[in-house]
Design a protein around this ligand. Structure first.
Ligand code: RUB
Length: 309
């Protein structure tokens, strides 16, 4: 299906970027599949949805939110398909309706993070962020709407410069923002009050996987006694890490770093890095401000999963 292939291409090319936007695109892919499906029976429809979910979930390896959400969405579709006595066209409609409801639920969740985050943001503070996280920019916008005064420093985020998206979005909203090259962050840390970044994955140990460079910023924050928060829905939790599975870090094409590199130079283009929980003061989540140690238990409840013994 053309639209699904486009979604997949856009996620892989980081035109759709940030864990939430990627997860939302996953749900949109299921909605399109159900809307456009020519399946004439339940089994065919079910396998079409499973196939699309599988393809989308393989687009970026470090995105548990996408996988958690697709798993949830497929669970509903499977229940609807198994239990409904309605005709196939009505079942497709019900699935579309339910997935749209899911997107609205996601929106409510992130709005709660924006509220909690905006309260935590120090009035008159200097805040540092990295990359582009829709969760984090939402916090800044909410705080701005509440009348809080603060300044943001955004790291440009090589090699794809997602920091520029952050800077543009905040500046267009009227927020005071300065863009720095990534290695310039230390200069700003001396005067900073807080660092807030997003999250791609959170492990059972409370460690954070986010855009490469995050762990360096967290260490510099600690050296300067600056508190470090990550804004993340509990859907960012990777339940497999409880069972010892290490979070995969996506390695992208070296051409993003240096398109015509000399042959004798090696380039490793890791998209993300891991920040140990000891550098993290807290996670700003839809259930409240959580310590890295308690994140997993709230997340497991949210995902409806139990720890096996
Ligand atoms: C984006 C990134 C973001 C998180 C959180 O990386 O690291 O901090 O995905 O974003 P990329 P959000 O640009 O490679 O996708 O809060 O929007 O989920």
């Amino acid at each position: 299906m053309k639209e699904i292939n486009e979604i997949i291409r856009d996620i892989k090319a980081v035109r759709i970027q940030g864990a939430r936007n990627v997860a939302k695109a996953g749900i949109r892919a299921l909605i399109i599949t159900a809307k456009k499906s020519k399946a004439t029976d339940k089994e065919e429809l079910h396998s079409e949805l499973i196939e699309v979910a599988r393809k989308v979930s393989e687009t970026r390896p470090t995105e548990p939110m996408l996988r958690n959400i697709l798993e949830d969405a497929l669970r509903f579709a499977a229940m609807e398909i198994a239990s409904s006595n309605e005709d196939i066209e009505k079942i497709k409609e019900n699935i579309v309706e339910e997935e749209e409801k899911y997107l609205r639920k996601m929106r409510k969740g992130v709005e709660r993070i924006w509220e909690y985050g905006a309260k935590v943001l120090p009035t008159g503070g200097n805040i540092i962020t990295h990359c582009h996280s829709s969760t984090v920019t939402g916090i800044f916008k909410k705080a701005y709407d509440m009348g809080k005064e603060f300044k943001v420093v955004a790291c440009e985020t090589r090699p794809l410069y997602q920091g520029r998206i952050t800077a543009k979005e905040l500046a267009n909203y009227g927020i005071d923002v300065t863009l720095t090259v990534d290695m310039g962050v230390s200069r700003y840390m001396k005067k900073a009050d807080m660092v807030i970044v997003g999250a791609d994955a959170i492990t059972s140990m409370g460690d954070l996987i986010n855009k490469i460079g995050t762990s360096t910023i967290a260490r510099i924050a600690r050296m300067n006694d600056v508190s470090f928060f990550s804004a993340a829905e509990t859907y960012k939790f990777d339940p497999l890490t409880i069972y010892g599975v290490r979070e995969k870090i996506e390695v992208r094409d070296y051409k993003e770093v240096w398109e015509k590199k000399p042959k004798n130079i090696k380039i490793e283009n890791y998209a993300f890095d891991a920040t140990a929980s000891r550098y993290i003061n807290g996670y700003l989540t839809e259930v409240g401000v959580l310590s890295p140690q308690s994140f997993w238990s709230f997340a497991m409840k949210k995902l409806g999963k139990e720890v096996g013994v």
